[in-house]
Design a protein around this ligand. Structure first.
Ligand SMILES: Cc1cc2nc3c(=O)[nH]c(=O)nc-3n(C[C@H](O)[C@H](O)[C@H](O)COP(=O)(O)OP(=O)(O)OC[C@H]3O[C@@H](n4cnc5c(N)ncnc54)[C@H](O)[C@@H]3O)c2cc1C
Length: 388
């Protein structure tokens, strides 16, 4: 593999770097960090990317993608994290968008894709249920066809961002007679539909991102069904592979580690401990190795291949490394890690590492769980990749 950037790649890197410098200001980042202004600031940022034509690098060009090579996608992501620019909210752009352009009708594509690209609609993911997490196909939320509408009853749980979302993509049971994977359908539901209730679940870090979503006699137009009725498991799995590739977060992990090292050097003490040095080197080497795996996956995606079960490998290794780096970050933050932000999300620790290390560490526990737990990813690799 040639790992040198070409002259064109370097010119692209400069262009991207300049864009982030000019558009992602400290003022915008401050608004993103504050609970009062974060949604509005996130939309503003995504619209800025949209206007530049860079909102959906992973999409096919005909649907609004950039047509970038794997190297360009890699450069863009590295420059984004180096500039501390926020990632896009994944549910529309990295999850349901690819399902709609792959399996949706022309009408569905025309209705939903432009609004996702412009960040006019926010989406959330209605997969997990109280009795259906790892065993997702055990889901019971029922949808019965009644004329030209589905009547939906049941509940979803751990639905990130449901309290902010305009739409939810939902797995529903339309048939219980055969194998459990065979009677599932993929429905797009407007969150304003009567009969939907969103109940907050407050996390360990005091934050509100999770919810329970109840459906009580919710009427959904049948035209909101993706693909064929009872075949939703196929579309659901395709979406999960996109989700898992996105969760790996290699560029972000590399960036945090670089900061941990810089701060450890500036603070002194811990950085001189050989055991700590060894853990830093281990993390650095493993991130480098994962970067090459990610490049291979990106190269396959750029060649038109949809992400396959190999995305489980990226998910496992990427999330394990994120957690290892978060632990190092906590150690470098020392006493400051104990200072949590106020109710508005503002940090008062007086240290750049303060609450960020702690929040990132606590929320980071979830990365090995969401998108399908890492134990379940190992089962997928053993079956679908190794054929065991
Ligand atoms: C922060 C966060 C955000 C989330 N956001 C969303 C969202 O937006 N939408 C959504 O639909 N879901 C969301 N989830 C739910 C997530 O997908 C599930 O938590 C996950 O799939 C695991 O399911 P569970 O919690 O029911 O755990 P369980 O399935 O009960 O698993 C419990 C433990 O048993 C292990 N286990 C279970 N089965 C096996 C097996 N066959 N082999 C080996 N080990 C096994 C698991 O690995 C895990 O350690 C979110 C979760 C978190 C933590």
């Amino acid at each position: 593999m040639d790992t040198q950037f070409s002259a064109e790649d370097l010119a692209f890197r400069d262009e991207v770097r300049q864009f982030f410098q000019e558009n992602c200001s400290a003022e915008l980042r401050a608004r993103l960090a504050s609970k009062k202004t974060s949604r509005e600031a996130q939309v503003e940022w995504q619209k800025c990317l949209y206007e530049r034509g860079w909102i959906a690098p992973g999409w096919p060009v005909e649907h609004g993608g950039t047509g970038w090579t794997a190297t360009q996608k890699f450069i863009f992501e590295s420059e984004r994290t180096s500039a501390d620019a926020p990632d896009v909210i994944p549910f529309g752009l990295k999850m349901v968008g690819p399902v709609i352009y792959t399996f949706g009708t022309e009408e569905q594509q025309a209705k939903f894709l432009p609004r996702i690209l412009r960040s006019d609609d926010w989406w959330c993911q209605g997969y997990s249920e109280p009795g259906a997490g790892s065993d997702l196909a055990a889901l019971k939320t029922k949808a019965e066809l009644d004329g030209d509408e589905y009547l939906v009853n049941g509940a979803k749980i751990w639905t990130s961002g449901a309290h902010l979302a305009d739409w939810i993509f939902c797995l529903v049971r339309t048939d219980s007679s055969g194998k459990k994977q065979e009677g599932i359908s993929f429905l797009l539901i407007d969150m304003k539909t009567p009969g939907i209730t969103v109940n907050p679940i407050i996390g360990l870090d005091g934050g509100h991102s999770l919810n329970e979503v109840q459906f009580n006699e919710v009427r959904v137009p049948a035209e909101n069904l993706i693909g064929e009725q009872d075949k939703g498991w196929t579309y659901a799995k395709a979406l999960l592979q996109h989700e898992r590739t996105a969760i790996a977060g290699v560029a972000g992990c590399k960036r945090v580690l670089a900061r941990v090292i810089a701060y450890a050097r500036a603070e002194g003490g811990l950085i001189d401990d050989p055991a700590f040095q060894r853990r830093l080197s281990d993390a650095e080497i493993e991130i480098m190795a994962l970067e090459y795996t990610e490049l291979r996956v990106l190269a396959a995606l750029s060649a038109g291949t949809a992400p396959g079960p190999e995305s489980s490998l990226l998910k496992i290794k990427g999330t394990e490394l994120q957690q290892a780096v978060q632990e190092l970050w906590m150690e470098v933050a020392g006493y400051y890690q104990g200072v949590l932000p106020d109710a508005d999300g503002v940090d008062h620790s007086g240290h750049e590492f303060g609450s960020k290390a702690c929040i990132s560490y606590m929320y980071g526990r979830a990365t090995t769980v969401y998108g399908g737990s890492n134990e379940v990813q190992k089962n997928i690799i053993s079956k679908a990749v190794l054929g065991l």
